[in-house]
Design a protein around this ligand. Sequence first.
Ligand SMILES: *Cc1c(COP(=O)(O)O)cnc(C)c1O
Length: 391
Amino acid sequence: MPALPSLNPPIRTLLGPGPSDIHPRVLAAMARPTVGHLDPYYLQVMDKLQGGLRELFRTSNRMTFAVSGTGSAGMEATVVNLIEPGDSMVIGVNGVFGGRMTDVAARAGAKVTKVERPWGEVFTPEELRNAVDAAKPKVVGIVMAETSTGAYQPIEEIAKIVHEAGALLLVDAVTSLGGVPVEVDRWGIDAIYSGTQKCLSCPPGLAPVSFNQRAMDVIMARKTKVQSWYLDVTMLANYWGSDRVYHHTAPINMSYGLYEAVSIILEEGLDACFARHALNHRALKAGLAAIGIMYAAQEGHQLPMLNAVHIPPGIDEVKVRSDLLNRFGIEIGAGLGAFKGKVWRIGLMGYGARPANVYLVLSALEQLLAEQGFKFTHGASVAAAADVYAS
Ligand SMILES: *Cc1c(COP(=O)(O)O)cnc(C)c1O
């Protein structure tokens, strides 16, 4: 008899805000033999992985690597390296993750100025210009894909404003990387972080990050030590750089998974990958609109990979989500914070962004909504999605 019940996770279709469905090739890669973190083979894997991450971020930044930890560790790594106690930081808050960044920055000793927007909306460049002119920050932090609301924040104009003010731009690309274009060099993003379990379709556990030379110069000129030993980029640079000095034991098999995940995206081609996300989003959106379900994020600024939609009045939303899970094996996300009980979050991320999943979630939702007495034309959502794919 085993000491614990045998491990037998249910098969789910993960259509929530992450983790997303894992590509089978990624799971297979993770089952390859573990080597040492200084093994010549692993060092080659690291080099190639860094090269692949540079392509994903569209950057030539030397300091591009994967932090051991989830997306939040990427947030923490970028913030604590750039911020010294007393530094000023402006952060855009229009959902959960901007809010989390203010907490991380304040713990690192930053004087934080929040620029707020209602949930589901995005920031205009002018709003940020006003805040930056008033606070004269060292760093401006912004979330590109606010997973709690489905809002898609344009970055390019904001980058110009931040640089004109002599500040550094820090971007949260946890959900955007691999789903929409992220142009680190062209837009001039100084520091950026992502996570493996959203559009990269890899289990949670690593946080790709990149720092440009401007950011590295600021880090090298710090007067105080980075508050976190584990996330100190200057020490991590000695491991990921040519010196290969042991810092902590890298999660070897997670790196295999990310390596394969990045490779799969590069095989498809970044532009084809973004087009696929956009197409499946359009099909889902048309399907939902056909049965009267509308998006929560501002029109024109809706993310393809995270579809936050209003729950129709009179619907028991908890029951819909539990029925989706228990009867159909589909996970979608609940609303968080200001959106709790008000929206569902349907993720079409990475490997999960494909027509089979759009049809699956639309048809299952139709059945459950009909059972709860919601009035709509049966079959309309699937037909509308099919029209999008046919056109
Ligand atoms: C998921 C997410 C995070 C946090 O990542 P974890 O992997 O949960 O630590 C941060 N920012 C955004 C925009 C996210 O979607």
